[in-house]
Design a protein around this ligand. Structure first.
Ligand SMILES: Nc1nc2c(c(=O)[nH]1)N[C@H]1C(S)=C(S)[C@@H](COP(=O)(O)O)O[C@H]1N2
Ligand SMILES: [Mo]
Length: 230
């Protein structure tokens, strides 16, 4: 009897969050823009597959700050804290015991390459948020990497169902150079909004800028608006 109750609580919390951010989500560019910029067929969100200024690559380039931290699974922790009712410190086993989602999505780097149809497996940010229960005051996330990277994301973007904390790419453990054991992905925003080697997700009561955002990258990072730099 324990499991169904627990599940019910998670579902309830998710629905509450969804309701709270529904209006804001409708106003985000990937939902609201009627003339998104780009070319090709429309993707599942109604956006052209290739956002304006992007070139498709088959290879998967590696971008980092010159550090690729090694985090053994028994040392790995994910902290979820800040403006939440229920702060969490997850071990690897805790993380893998959360509901797992498989999804295929595209990856758009601000340096103009895009890689399409990447198959991921991991935990929805939305599911993690439902466990942590953001307070009414929460508006943004600050994500931290084990390499000291930071990046900020508005909750109406972070709670979209394709935003995942992934540990598996095309059936294999996510390679270290791409952010393994776990990284975040943000298919509807430029990829710098997804921290590799993610270590902490802090809910914020207002906006704060991350590493690249402090250095002139866009706060919002919408690929179909060519929204690269501020
Ligand atoms: N922790 C961390 N996350 C990061 C970065 C980084 O340097 N450190 N680079 C960002 C940038 S600019 C991009 S485009 C993607 C690149 O991911 P990839 O190296 O797997 O292609 O990760 C993003 N997340
Ligand atoms: Mo990037």
């Amino acid at each position: 009897m324990e499991e169904p109750e627990k599940l019910q609580r998670v579902v309830e919390a998710r629905m509450k969050l969804k309701a709270r951010f529904e209006e804001k989500m409708k106003a985000t560019p990937s939902v609201a823009d009627d003339r998104p910029m780009g070319k090709g067929n429309l993707n599942r969100h109604g956006m052209p597959v290739v956002p304006v200024g992007q070139v498709i690559t088959k290879k998967w380039p590696v971008l980092d700050l010159g550090i690729q931290p090694s985090i053994p699974l028994d040392k790995w922790r994910l902290i979820v804290d800040g403006e939440v009712e229920n702060p969490l410190v997850l071990t690897w086993d805790d993380f893998m015991a959360l509901p797992q989602t498989v999804d295929t999505s595209d990856f758009h780097c601000v340096t103009t390459w895009s890689k399409l149809d990447m198959q991921w497996k991991g935990v929805r940010l939305m599911d993690l948020a439902a466990l942590a229960q953001p307070k009414d005051t929460a508006t943004h996330l600050m994500c931290y990497g084990y390499d000291e990277y930071t990046t900020n994301v508005a909750l109406e973007e972070a709670l979209k169902p394709d935003v995942l904390l992934v540990h598996t790419f095309e059936g294999q453990p996510l390679p270290k150079e791409h952010g393994g054991p776990v990284r975040m992905i943000t298919p509807q925003l430029y990829a710098w909004k997804g921290s590799k080697w993610i270590s902490r997700i802090e809910f914020l009561a207002g906006n704060r800028l991350g590493f690249w955002e402090e250095r002139g990258y866009s706060n919002t990072a919408y690929p179909w608006r060519n929204d690269r730099y501020s």
